[in-house]
Design a protein around this ligand. Structure first.
Ligand code: FMN
Length: 214
């Protein structure tokens, strides 16, 4: 085994290492709006959900040498954003939206991506994305050079036919994931396993009444 001490790594080397180790990562395709009304769209793969009751998502955004990324600045200023999940058909656009566009330029306009109004928040949503989640900022936590944005989901948009009873069929969703470097993956084989045996603690029962994963 090779041993690497974190203390011996530059920031860039640690970034590369982590991006290759924490794989595959789901990608949040985040739409925001500046205070002057410019739409912004960018992908972020340091992404997960952090709570289900209420539903909350977390996205870690790094800083640029000259300040905040447009997404981070817009969320700080407007406290609203929309997180999309991209499918395979949108991968090229998702990837290209990660280029550094100036703040006054809308990535969606540049890429010819149709945006439509959201229902509860100002930032627009990507019409073709199979899933869009309208979020309000809950809190921002600093971790080193990154800021972790936690948003509460107010509204889920789910394309018809993707799931039944709140269960999303991953095979139909066909999400894309980020690997190290400019590499992505699709789902590959889906391996079904038997459900875990029932647990009887009251805490577990309480959770089950709120969410059923079947
Ligand atoms: C698939 C993908 C995932 C990315 N994930 C992150 C991430 O988790 N955090 C981050 O700060 N930047 C990430 N980036 C880089 C940002 O998307 C990039 O800096 C972008 O220009 C930010 O745009 P903005 O200034 O419009 O917010 C990612 C890029 C790609 C293509």
């Amino acid at each position: 085994m090779q041993e690497i001490r974190s203390a011996d790594l530059t920031g860039e080397a640690a970034y590369k290492l982590l991006c290759g180790i924490v794989v595959p990562r789901p990608v949040a395709w985040v739409s925001t709006r500046s205070v002057t009304g410019v739409s912004n769209l960018a992908p972020f793969s340091c992404f997960t959900f952090v709570s289900h009751t209420p539903p909350m998502l977390g996205i870690s955004i790094g800083r640029r040498p000259n300040g905040l990324k447009d997404t981070a600045r817009n969320i700080h200023e407007t406290r609203e954003f929309v997180v999309h999940i991209s499918d395979e058909t949108l991968l090229d656009l998702l990837h290209r939206s990660g280029a550094e566009f100036p703040p006054e330029v809308s990535e969606a306009d540049m890429l010819g991506l149709e945006l439509v109004p959201s229902k509860l928040v100002e930032p627009l949503r990507v019409a073709k994305a199979p899933i869009a989640m309208e979020c309000r900022l809950h809190r921002v936590i600093d971790f080193g050079n990154n800021q972790f944005f936690v948003g509460e989901v107010d509204l889920f948009h789910i394309r018809k036919g993707l799931g039944i009873d709140n269960k999303i069929d991953a095979g139909r969703l066909r999400p894309v994931a980020r690997l190290g470097g400019p590499n992505y993956s699709t789902l590959g084989q889906i391996i079904g396993m038997p459900p875990q045996p029932e647990q009887s603690s009251s805490e577990n029962t309480a959770q089950k009444s709120a969410v059923s994963w079947g």
